[in-house]
Design a protein around this ligand. Structure first.
Ligand SMILES: C[S@@+](CC[C@H](N)C(=O)[O-])C[C@H]1O[C@@H](n2cnc3c(N)ncnc32)[C@H](O)[C@@H]1O
Length: 271
């Protein structure tokens, strides 16, 4: 029987990594997998950078808002979000990893857990959630149309004025990813994929110190037709991962990687 698209997205590669050590699958530290505390500290620090930036433009206080975490993994970001938001919807393609998230986040009563189809948020009605987040996930999705689907779906489930924060790597060169490497994402592809969507770009950051360049973008759900060109939007060059792990002994693989020359950013390629 032909593999379903969901099976294809939820590849054996991910399943194996999860079965061996779910935290290692998230952090890439492999055998030197992070300690529980350092895993949590890293998650809190990154979440604070993202949420701090969102909060400056927040239409509604986090304390009585909901957020959806797409590709939540074991809840590295969902747990700190649960301390700030009224409710967190934690969504992942993997039922196994959702079980791990329930264990990691067991102290948080305000997280609900949802296994999805790997490309939509169809269990969630339109205009029903205040904020959306997708971090460390899109760079592993092999098809750009699935990446685009998550942008559209996040905008669909958001209430008007809601914010979607996404992070993804921007050095890929292939239109179809392989292994754990996702499809190349460019400004041009995003402009085309989101042409009919109600959004404006509110923040776009690429940290030049990051050897594996990431883009951190915040979109507002709005009908106002300003700031819709990913290629023309001013790039913030502030730190994204710089400064969050250097004092964490178990981030050994990351520290080694940080000595490498940054990979060229492909986000502004013409293709
Ligand atoms: C590297 S982990 C990141 C997890 C979490 N966001 C974090 O940063 O700690 C990637 C997660 O995305 C999930 N994932 C991968 N492809 C997905 C897809 N197509 N739809 C939903 N989740 C996906 C994986 O199961 C995994 O839990």
């Amino acid at each position: 029987m032909a593999a379903s698209r969901r099976d294809d997205l939820h590849s054996a590669y991910w399943s194996t990594l999860r079965a061996d050590n779910p935290k290692a699958a998230i952090t890439l530290e492999g055998a030197n997998s992070q300690s529980d505390v350092e895993f949590h500290v890293y998650g809190v620090r990154i979440a604070e950078r993202i949420l701090g930036r969102m909060e400056r433009m927040a239409p509604r206080p986090f304390a009585w808002s909901s957020i959806i975490d797409i590709g939540c993994g074991v809840g590295r970001f969902a747990l700190p979000m649960a301390c700030r938001f009224q409710h967190v919807y934690a969504v992942d393609i993997s039922a196994d990893i959702i079980e791990q998230a329930k264990a990691h986040c067991r102290s948080a009563p305000n997280i609900s857990y949802h296994v999805n189809d790997g490309e939509t948020l169809k269990d969630f009605p339109g205009a029903s959630i205040d904020y959306a987040f997708c971090g460390g996930v899109l760079q592993h999705i092999k098809y750009f149309d699935v990446i685009a689907s998550y942008f559209r779906e996040a905008l669909r489930v958001l209430r008007d004025g809601g914010l979607f924060a996404a992070t993804f790597q921007v050095w890929q060169t292939e239109d179809v990813g392989s292994g754990r490497l996702g499809a190349k994402v460019t400004a041009k592809k995003l402009n085309a994929a989101l042409a009919d969507e109600p959004y404006a770009i509110r923040f776009l950051q690429i940290d030049p110190q990051d050897p594996v360049p990431h883009c951190f973008v915040i979109l507002e759900k709005t009908a106002r037709a300003d700031a819709r060109d990913f290629a023309a939007f001013p790039v913030d060059k502030g730190p994204f991962r710089t400064g969050v792990f250097e004092d964490l002994a178990s981030c050994a693989a990351m520290a080694l990687k940080w000595k490498e020359t940054p990979r060229p950013v492909t986000f502004f390629d013409a293709g």
